[in-house]
Design a protein around this ligand. Sequence first.
Ligand code: BEZ
Ligand code: MG
Length: 452
Amino acid sequence: MWEEKGLTNTPGGVSPERVLTTTKNKPITIEDDKLPPSSKLGSPGGDILHKKGNIGNTALLRSYVVGHPEDERKKMDGFPSPSSQDIVEKMLKKFKQITKRPYPACVIFTIWGTDNIHTYGKTMAQIFELLGVKYTVEEDELELVPLEHLRRPRIDCVVACSGAFRDLFINQMTLLDRAIKMVAEAKEAPEMNLVRKHSFQLTQELNMSMREAASRVFSNAAGSYGANIAAWIKSNEWEGEIQLQRQYLARKCYVFNSDKPAVMEYKSDLFRATLRNCELTVQGIDCDELLSITDVPHFYDADPTKLIQSLRFDNERPVCLLVKTTRKHGEDVLTISESIRLDAMSKILSPNYYEDILSHNDEGVRTISNCMRNILGWSVTSGEVDTMIFEIAYGIYMDDNVMQKRIREKDETSFRHLLATFLRAGEMRYWDATRDKLEKLRALKKFTETLQ
Ligand code: BEZ
Ligand code: MG
């Protein structure tokens, strides 16, 4: 039945004409991968590695076999583990609550180097659980969990690796790639093996071999890090979401293939086509190390939620989940919108928090300004931020004249950045601000400029 659909790559299938006429299908060019003019960021040494095309850490390439020092091995349960089974159950339950569908056809995981170290590969274990693949550390063996034990289809997974993960964990990228290709090659009914189903569709659409079409492990080019979205948001020189989404595609579309390891190959068509199948995005955060996803920019920088929405033919936004891990309480699964609401309520919207950091911390205004900018970043990439968060924060930091003067006098530069974030959020309608509020912010901007 799936052969008949020909050039299709969504679970429901679409007509080939649609593929050719969508404006979003324009080829990605080098112009899509540039830094904001004001940015001084770059990837040290990246240009050399990039030209060679090699994966960053060449020393690791020599140890091709999966392995860990003995004491580290003991801490790994093998994949999947009992806890990854629980967490995947929670993910699927949440997905079902939101979409009323039993499971997603494809899930994209952003996978971090630090998270992989701290959690001993828990995100990888979740991917193996969805694929229905078992990995035993002692024997270094991959095997399929029989479908009658899995009792659901094998779910397709795309793995978007951070640059640090790519540099440090080529063995784990190899393991993930081998597992996904093994699933694609299992002779099972396509409706019970969504990796196989999508891979076959990709062979038709992109005219490639089954093993190539079953490549799902992506990252930046060698020597390059991140999607640059955060650099543009920080500079405030970005034009719109499409520009940022093309940036993500241009930078994160380098595929790892264990059949020809050592080189990250530019495969933007394959990346785009696999993203189109995604109905769920997942990131993990180790909450023993970092309190929240609004503290730092790299989580939204790596978030593909609205990009996927713009690529999908049905224009549906994927469900966007966060797996929070703490040593004490284990894992919890939240939607990004729940997580941002909780973070904001316990931090920048909480008098206990902002009074404390403004009274005892020289960097208090900068912390608030960075946090607001990260919240705006999440609005741009995920569309999951409630406009009320901007509204309440505006009331606290801008509309209250006493507070406004206090933070402006404490740290004028950070105040100006905070003001710019509110203006951007209001002007681009991430915050449903009234005209009066925007006028007040513009007047305030003029006033602060006269002080410079
Ligand atoms: C990582 O763990 O992969 C990572 C952490 C911070 C920034 C970028 C990457
Ligand atoms: Mg990175």
